[in-house]
Design a binder for this molecule. Sequence first.
Ligand code: CO
Length: 296
Amino acid sequence: MKQMMNRLMLVIFSAGLLLAAATAGFAGHHGTHKEKKTGILLVAFGSSEASAQVSFENIDRKVKAAWPDVAVCWAYTSRIIRHKLAKQGKQLDSPAMALARMADEQFTHVAVQSLHTIAGAEYHDLTRVVGAFKSMGDFESIVLGYPLLATQADMEKTVDALLDMIPADREKQDAVVFMGHGTHHPGNAFYAALMFQAQQRDPLVFIGGVEGYPEIDDIQSWLAEKKIKTAWLLPFMSVAGDHAKNDMAGDEADSWKSILSESGIQCRTVMKGTAEYDSFVAIWLSHLENALNHFH
Ligand code: CO
């Protein structure tokens, strides 16, 4: 009796082993092992302004030149911009939509690169989307690259890039005012931190935000204190889009140009987004390189 039981157990055990082997073979046959396919997803806030496209084209060109064998996809975080563009017949993906598409196209390794300036609300949302895809396990690996300003090295490189942006015909006594976006997000502190470091190099450089501290009223009072006669206004945003055109250089009474002109300061404007300058693009690309290095 005991011998028979042992034999029976052995049969069941062997059958189990066979079944396991067959299942493994079956799964393999159906290609659960994917070929390595690496992709880059560039994520910008987005813009519907034609003047902004030069910035995106510049980044796109630089990324493709640096990684010629890697597919490059794009997504815009702003729903408003995506809807505006859709009405013009241009379909732009949200980050989640782009990643779902990349999963469907059998990408195994994805480097998501934020093209934002600070780690604010847009970047924060992006970390959650990337985290969700990580936990779903669609990709073998998915890594998110920092926005422009993250490490102290980024701050220093950004100060260099900002100072390089200043036109050659700026006189020593002229102020230079950069318009950042600004946000209610805690990441807004980056603007004042950057201004502090820029002023160590050039005391007449100011960095403010349309939607956050330092605001134009703060900057106006600082310029008045220093008896500034002329101020150069430049966007500190990746694109010279709607904010640069209207809030910075527009003729409306509440534009930065109008507010400063009203207090007797002569304004000169430069309409070029940071992503049009190679020095800024190089910082974003260094973050993308760090992300891609996870895949080796
Ligand atoms: Co805005």
